[in-house]
Design a protein around this ligand. Structure first.
Ligand SMILES: Nc1nc2c(ncn2[C@@H]2O[C@H](COP(=O)(O)OP(=O)(O)OP(=O)(O)O)[C@@H](O)[C@H]2O)c(=O)[nH]1
Ligand SMILES: [Mg+2]
Length: 351
């Protein structure tokens, strides 16, 4: 089991990466004339420039997020070398091959047009071709002009800004009543920056975050709008957002235990559980970790008693946390990681 400390985990959200790609420029053609003993005016022998390298995207099953791509913005392939005398062609620039996770959609950033849907492992596409090398002056010799002093410049490599998008399946779904602190949790453990505010229904759309902990273990967390009683009948924002967490492996259920909470936490727990059941009994059968949030607003000793009572009322262990002080977030991540590992093992045994 990974040991995680709140200060230690490095977490990021990426299901989009904005990058710049540019094929290498072609090398220039060369203007040169043969110099040989006893031949005062040798013919043209300027070589062609080399071709610029291509930027190539390849689908790999070794990576599952766009995380690694964001460490760098510019992906520029090597330029071709210029041509030389003695009809020496310049060396071609090296291709720049970049691996992407399966399912990445490559869009032109300006127009939003989809350029490529990278769906098959192993497939590759030239996303920014390198420029052709310019031709050397040897190429321009004709019967009327045997001493051409002109050579071509290499063509520039193609360049563009891209938006890469990856639709991620969430491993963990955050559930709870409005204002429980779901988005705050997502922002504490990932690089996602969801809207957080002290009123219900701040989150209007599901948000995803990637959490990265030690040992390179990563998981995707989905934050969805809060549920209230009658959500399955369309009350509040309704329950249709639950479909976004239908395929998760684990639920993290947040309860607001502060004195300011509008609903008693054990009632809140049962209300949300009931909405889950009404929506889909399979969803309600998923493994669940219950957390008591906003512990910073309770007196320490009274807080622990409160948790004990709460555990009794809902017949489940409850993990006390505070998103404000960060207390126990590391523990929570440990619990999530080991629960996911356990579920993964069970799934592979079952298969
Ligand atoms: N004191 C305290 N406040 C918290 C804590 N966690 C969240 N909050 C505050 O609680 C309010 C609601 O937080 P959100 O993260 O927006 O709650 P949510 O569950 O995403 O709410 P909805 O999107 O409306 O469902 C914000 O004002 C947060 O700053 C905590 O641990 N302690
Ligand atoms: Mg929210």
């Amino acid at each position: 089991m990974p040991i995680v400390h709140p200060l230690f985990f490095k977490s990021m959200f990426v299901d989009e990466a904005i990058i710049f790609v540019k094929g290498g420029d072609g090398g220039n053609g060369c203007v040169s004339f043969r110099r040989e003993k006893y031949i005062p005016h040798g013919g043209p022998d300027g070589g062609n420039g080399g071709k610029g390298g291509d930027v190539i995207f390849r689908v790999s099953d070794k990576i599952d997020t766009l995380l690694d791509l964001t460490s760098r913005v510019k992906y520029i392939a090597e330029s071709g070398a210029h041509g030389k005398g003695s009809t020496k062609k310049g060396k071609d620039g090296k291709d720049l091959i970049t691996d992407l996770p399966r399912g990445t959609v490559v869009k032109d950033k300006e127009s939003g047009r989809i350029l490529k849907d990278m769906s098959t492992v192993g497939e590759s596409v030239v996303i920014a071709p390198g420029g052709r090398g310019g031709r050397g002056n040897k190429h321009f010799a004709t019967s009327t002009n045997q001493v051409p002093r002109r050579a071509e410049k290499g063509r520039l490599g193609e360049e563009r800004w891209l938006a890469l998008e990856l639709k991620l399946l969430a491993d963990v779904g955050l559930i709870g009543m409005p204002n429980a602190g779901k988005s705050t949790l997502l922002s504490r453990i990932s690089a996602a920056r969801p809207k957080i505010a002290d009123y219900p229904f701040t989150t209007l759309q599901p948000q995803l975050g990637i959490v990265e902990i030690e040992n390179y273990q990563r998981f995707v967390v989905a934050d969805i709008p809060g549920l209230i009683e009658g959500a399955h009948r369309g009350i509040g924002l309704g329950d249709e957002f639950l479909r976004h967490i239908e395929r998760t492996k684990l639920l993290v259920h947040l309860l607001d235990v502060s004195p300011l909470a509008r609903t008693d936490p054990s009632d809140a727990y049962h209300i949300v559980r009931n909405e889950l059941k009404q929506y889909n009994s399979k969803l309600a059968e998923k493994a669940e970790i219950v957390i008591a949030n906003k512990m910073d607003l309770l007196d320490t000793e009274a807080g622990m008693k409160f948790i004990e009572t709460l555990e009794g009322k809902i017949s489940k262990p409850v993990c006390p946390v505070s998103m404000v002080t960060g207390k126990n977030i590391g523990n929570l991540l440990n619990m999530v990681a080991s629960a996911l590992n356990k579920i993964q093992t069970q799934m592979s045994e079952y298969q």
